[in-house]
Design a protein around this ligand. Structure first.
Ligand code: GFB
Length: 318
């Protein structure tokens, strides 16, 4: 049943599926101030989200009122390109199981997380929500994108057929605490933080940047993202997805220079053109979310500085 707005989380049992991930963990921090009755989480040992019967049984037993679907197999450009079967299959299974089980368990409201890569590679910029399914996808991540599009459609289909209050949000490239720093599977921002830190430690005078440095990316701190997701859960109920971004983008060269300067490095950037650039630009329009009344609070430079300092602290204590 579609819930009246605002949908308060106070006194509710809220399931954060994927609470060990960067977004899920940020949601747990953000939900502390919502006076929920209980925040439900399940570790992978307790519940494998790829197993339909287990997810159905767990969800019926726990009876969540609201669900955030933050569980997903995620990774940077190379991981997406190298493991298309895993990115397509795992994400289809996870979202299908969690969304359907939530419906069967009578969940009042569900928010599904997509990604900005669902939009066509050459979508007009800034990309509005209406661009969905208007053109071909970026080949390096079309597998992940197809799975995420299926998740959006599954929410829309449950709204249409059953009147379920299932919505979806499309976050841009995120960064923040709890990120993946593995150089083969990470996104660009954590990769560059690690590379800059290690270059400084070894006294090297250059760092390697994949591709040409020309692609543009929009970055949002994960705490801003979690705040926007809670906002949407409370104040949004409709068929169409909502973009969650900062509204501004930078080139990969610019973000690399910012990180090198945070590390105090006056070093050369070596562009490795054998690695893919991916989408040339994916700046999402922030208009819809702004019109609803939400805006980000964490400035890119300050956010990256804080994450860089945390990384250095953690790396030095190892
Ligand atoms: O963050 P990233 O891996 O993912 O790469 P996408 C962004 C850009 O940074 C690409 C360049 O142009 C990369 O070539 N880059 C430069 C680097 N140096 C590095 C490096 O050391 N590591 C990495 N990883 N990139 C992903 C999608 O796309 O973004 C997913 O594959 C998802 O599906 C996610 O949507 C948000 O922004 O290209």
């Amino acid at each position: 049943m579609i819930q009246p707005l605002p949908y308060s989380l106070e006194g509710k049992r809220v399931w954060v599926a994927g609470h060990r991930g960067m977004v899920g963990a940020a949601l747990l921090r953000r939900l502390e101030s919502e006076n929920c009755a209980e925040i439900l989480t399940a570790s992978r040992d307790e519940l494998d989200l790829m197993r339909q019967a287990d997810v159905e049984a767990w969800t019926r037993a726990k009876k969540p009122d609201a669900v955030f679907v933050a569980a997903a197999k995620v990774g940077g450009i190379l991981a997406n390109d190298a493991c298309p079967a895993d990115f397509l299959y795992d994400n289809l299974m996870i979202e299908a199981n969690v969304i359907r089980a939530s419906f069967h368990a009578g969940v009042e409201k569900l928010l599904f997380l997509g990604s900005s890569c669902i939009y066509p590679r050459m979508a007009p910029q800034p990309i509005t929500e209406e661009s969905l399914l208007t053109g071909p996808l970026e080949p390096t991540n079309e597998w992940y994108a197809i799975a995420k599009i299926a998740g959006i459609k599954l929410c829309q289909a449950h709204r249409r057929q059953h009147g379920a209050d299932f919505i979806s949000a499309m976050p841009t490239n995120l960064y923040g605490p709890g990120d993946n720093y593995d150089l083969q599977s990470s996104h660009v921002l954590p990769a560059l933080i690690r590379k800059a830190h290690e270059a400084r430690k070894r006294g090297e005078n250059s760092i390697e940047i994949w591709g040409t440095g020309a692609p543009r990316r929009e970055f949002l701190h994960v705490d801003d993202c979690a705040d926007a997701l809670v906002f949407l859960m409370k104040y949004y109920s409709d068929d169409a997805p909502v973009n969650v971004g900062s509204g501004a983008d930078v080139t990969i060269r610019e973000i690399a220079e910012m990180i090198a300067s945070l590390a105090g490095l006056n070093c050369a950037l070596r562009f490795n053109k054998s690695k893919p650039d991916g989408t040339p630009r994916k700046l999402m329009s922030a208009d819809k979310l702004r019109a609803l009344g939400w805006a980000p609070k964490i400035n890119l430079k300050e956010g990256v500085k804080a994450v860089f300092e945390d990384y250095v602290k953690a790396a030095s204590s190892k």
